[in-house]
Design a protein around this ligand. Sequence first.
Ligand SMILES: Nc1nc2c(ncn2[C@@H]2O[C@H](COP(=O)(O)OP(=O)(O)O)[C@@H](O)[C@H]2O)c(=O)[nH]1
Ligand SMILES: [Mg+2]
Length: 429
Amino acid sequence: MGATYETKTELTDKAVLVSLVTDEVKRSGINAKYSLDELVNLAETAGVEVKDVIVQNRETPDSRWFIGKGKVEELREAIEAQEANTAIFDQELSGAQVRNLEETLDVKIIDRTQLILDIFAQRAKTREGIIQVELAQLSYLLPRLSGHGKNLSRLGGGIGTRGPGESKLETDRRHIRGRISDLKRQLDEVTRHRKLHRQRRKETGVVQVALVGYTNTGKSTLLKQLTASDIYVENQLFATLDPTSRTLELPSGKEIVLTDTVGFIQNLPHDLVASFRATLEEANEADLILHVVDASAENREEQMAVVTEILNDLGAGSKPQIVLFNKKDLCTPEQLQMLPSGEHSFKISAYDEADLELVREAIQKQLTGDTRLFRIPAGRGDLTAIVYRVGEVLEQTFDEDDILFRVELNKADYEKLGYQLESYIINEG
Ligand SMILES: Nc1nc2c(ncn2[C@@H]2O[C@H](COP(=O)(O)OP(=O)(O)O)[C@@H](O)[C@H]2O)c(=O)[nH]1
Ligand SMILES: [Mg+2]
C-alpha cells in the first residue's frame, strides 16, 4: 500500500538544532539538557548530520519566529557557517512559525514532533505500522496546513502548490480528512487480520531477538557491536531484511536475527503513542527481548518502569527478557553497586568485547533448552525434518523401524514447531 506522505528529512541533511528553554519548560520538569541530547540522537537516527546546537533561554516563545529575532540571526550565521540545509527545533512549532522561519532562513524547518514522525515513517514495516504513522502525520499536518504551502506536494495526488488560496486550502483539508477516515477504515480491517498474519510469520522459524529501551541507551551501538563480524553473512542470508536487523552468530554457531527498535522517547507527544507502539511490533514478534538500560542515567528506574509497562500493554510482557545495564564505564562504583544483578541481568559496556561475548552467551543460554529424545518412524521424512528444525541433533541411532534422535532443543523453535512432535517424545527411564 504505499504511504502517500513522504518523510521531510533526508539522509544527506545537515542540520543545526535549536532549543528554546521557556519558563513553561522549566516548570514542567522537563530536563532541557536531556531533551536536547535526545534530539541529537533522534536526528542521527533519522540519518541527519548534526552540525551545531543553539540554545536560548526566554520567558515565552516569540509568536512569529518562536525564538527571538536576534536568535534567528544567530541561527542564520550558524546555518551559513555549517552549510546546513535544515534547522530542527526541540519543541513544537505552529504552522505560521514554520512558514516565517522557512521564508527567512531558506532551509527546511522541522520540529521535534515532525522529526519523530519521520523516524516512525522510516521504521514502520507492517501494514498496521504504516497506516498508524500516516494517520499521525496527517493529523499533525491538518491544523498546520496553511504553514506548509511549499510542501503540500508531498501529499501526492497533485494537491497543493506554493501559497494556496483559501478555497484551495479548503479542498486540501477535505482531501486530508477523507484520507484520514479511509485510513481508519483500513486500520480496522488490518487489526482483524493481524492474528492470522502473525501465525504465518511464526512458522518461518527464524529466531528473533529484539533490542528494546529508551533512546540513547546504546541499542544501535549494541546491534553493530554484537554483530560486527557477521556483516558479510548478513547480506547474503537476509538481504530482504531492513538495515535495522542483522544476523548474529551465537557461540554455538547458530544464527539468529537481532533487531533494533526505535526506542522510547521522553515526553512523547500524546498523539504519537499509537504510531510509536506500531513501530514496536518487533518486540511482539521476538522470541527474546534485550531490554537495554543506560545504567548511568539519573532516571534509570523510571525509564525501566515505563518500558516494562508498555511491553506489558503490548502483550510482550511475559516473553523471556534479558536486562542489559549498558554504559557501565560511565558509572560510579556506587551506581554500579545499586544495580540489581542476577541470572537475567548484566552490567556491560557496548565497547567491551568481553562483555559482548557474555551477552552472546546469555542469549544462547536463554534460547537453548533441555535435551529430548524422539522416536520417529523411519519413513516419516516430514517429522525428521521438523526434528532438525527444533534444535541441534546430538545423536541419531536406529531401533528396528524407528530412528531415535537426541536433540538439544532450541526453545524458541521448539515452541513454534514442537507440538507436531509431542506424541513422539520418549521418556528416558
Ligand atoms: N561510554 C559509553 N557510551 C556508549 C555505550 N554504548 C553506547 N554509547 C554511546 O551512547 C550514545 C547513544 O547510543 P545509540 O546506540 O545511538 O543509542 P540508541 O538510541 O539506544 O540506539 C552514542 O553516542 C554511543 O556511542 C557504552 O557502553 N559506553
Ligand atoms: Mg538507535
